[in-house]
Design a protein around this ligand. Structure first.
Ligand SMILES: [Ca+2]
Ligand SMILES: [Ca+2]
Ligand SMILES: [Ca+2]
Ligand SMILES: [Ca+2]
Length: 387
């Protein structure tokens, strides 16, 4: 996938000048049924790509030309178009059943430009060349499709959990923001062990939101990124999770352009004695053992952390928690019916585990509730122990 990515960038930079027109061919099919089949050839511009080339003329503004092509594997296709100085010409892409997947046209001009990019599962597709507006009289056009084979790209439609694209942990993927408002790109992954998931994502030319959801589609983390020029991968969130299936959804939040490129990678590290989100209520509390140290991450100021422990006989119990550099926590010890037995506020420190309190607890079940109090409130790691 990384190779494609470089390939895409090179193309962005490398194509901008005129590519000469080839002489008009004879009639190109005016309907999907009469589409002319194009076959992929090795690309002269990029050894990692193969390409199709559609060169002909539109006789008048009503004329449309249909083509078909077949992909033998999943991958990414980039459509380029030679701008016309007199008309706005474009390309609509269709699935084998004739469903429109994309439809873009280009302003008048003289350059060869990228029209759109799309991840596609292997199969047969159609596209149509059309003139949106302008003066069209035997107007020459040149459309090129460059295909990069591989599984590291989203495959539309992937707008809900039912059509979510399966992704592998530790591998990078490319996606493109959807055109319809609130339409999502949904990906799913499975962890075989308890541990910590790191979501790495990039900015896009539009604002994007990354949401981590559990199998019940409950949102565990939600992070919005402003539009940005850099597409460097950054750590979006780290989250302790039980083994299971999860979804990552990416949605456009702002900006007027569609189909904007982003990329992401979900990493996993097996860690024991770590929080398992969601744990934001007594009911969802993570069970813990006495005399063991646990760690977690306060995702945001709204994150709540409930842990449940049992005291086998009346005993003096001590609560230890890390004092972290820029954040104080509110810590409640609750009885089994949710009554606050004792409430504390932590101090700032160097991250070391310190004794918060000694409590005389009667035999029974108790809850520890750790919440944000003051200071930095994003992705704050902490540790604690009940002894
Ligand atoms: Ca998409
Ligand atoms: Ca989508
Ligand atoms: Ca947490
Ligand atoms: Ca939580």
């Amino acid at each position: 996938m990384k190779k494609w990515f470089v390939g895409i960038l090179l193309l962005f930079l490398g194509i901008g000048t005129n590519v000469g027109f080839v002489n008009a061919e004879t009639n190109v099919g005016d309907t999907l049924k009469d589409a002319i089949a194009l076959s992929f050839q090795p690309s002269a511009q990029d050894k990692d790509a193969s390409e199709i080339d559609a060169t002909s003329t539109l006789t008048d503004q009503k004329d449309v030309d249909y083509y078909s092509f077949t992909l033998n594997s999943n991958g990414l296709i980039n459509f380029y178009i030679q701008q016309s100085p007199s008309a706005e010409i474009g390309v609509a892409l269709y699935s084998q059943s004739g469903k429109e997947l994309e439809n873009y046209y280009m302003v008048k001009g003289n350059d060869k430009v990228i029209l759109f990019q799309e991840g596609l599962p292997k199969g047969k597709y159609y596209f149509k060349v059309f003139a949106e507006s302008g003066t069209v009289q035997n107007l020459s056009y040149n459309v090129q499709g460059m295909f990069y084979e591989g599984d590291g790209v989203e495959l539309e439609p992937n707008n809900d959990v039912k059509t979510a694209n399966p992704i592998k942990l530790g591998e990078e993927y490319v996606g493109f923001t959807d055109a319809e408002k609130d339409s999502k790109d949904v990906f799913r992954f499975t962890t075989a062990k308890n541990g910590v998931i790191t979501v790495n994502g990039s900015h896009a030319n539009v604002g994007v939101k990354y949401e981590l959801m559990n199998a019940k589609q409950e949102v565990i983390e939600s992070w919005e990124l402003d539009p940005g020029n850099s597409d460097k991968l950054i750590v979006i969130s780290k989250t302790g999770l039980a083994a299971g299936m999860y979804y990552l959804a990416v949605t456009k939040t702002s900006g007027n352009t569609d189909n904007e490129y982003y990329h992401f990678e979900v990493d996993f590290k097996e860690i024991n004695n770590y929080e398992k989100e969601l744990n934001d209520t007594m009911k969802l509390a993570n069970p813990i053992n006495l005399n063991a140290t646990y760690s977690g991450i306060l995702g945001s100021k709204d994150d709540k952390e409930f842990y449940r422990f049992t005291v086998a006989k009346n005993k003096k119990t001590s609560i230890f928690i890390s004092n972290v550099p820029d954040t104080t926590f509110k810590v409640n010890v609750l009885s089994s019916n949710g009554k606050v037995v004792k409430a504390f506020i932590t101090k700032k420190g160097k991250g070391n585990l310190v004794k918060l309190a000694d409590l005389d607890l009667k035999k029974g079940t108790y809850y520890l509730d750790i919440e944000f109090q003051q200071g930095e409130d994003q992705q704050i790691p902490y540790s604690f122990a009940v002894k």
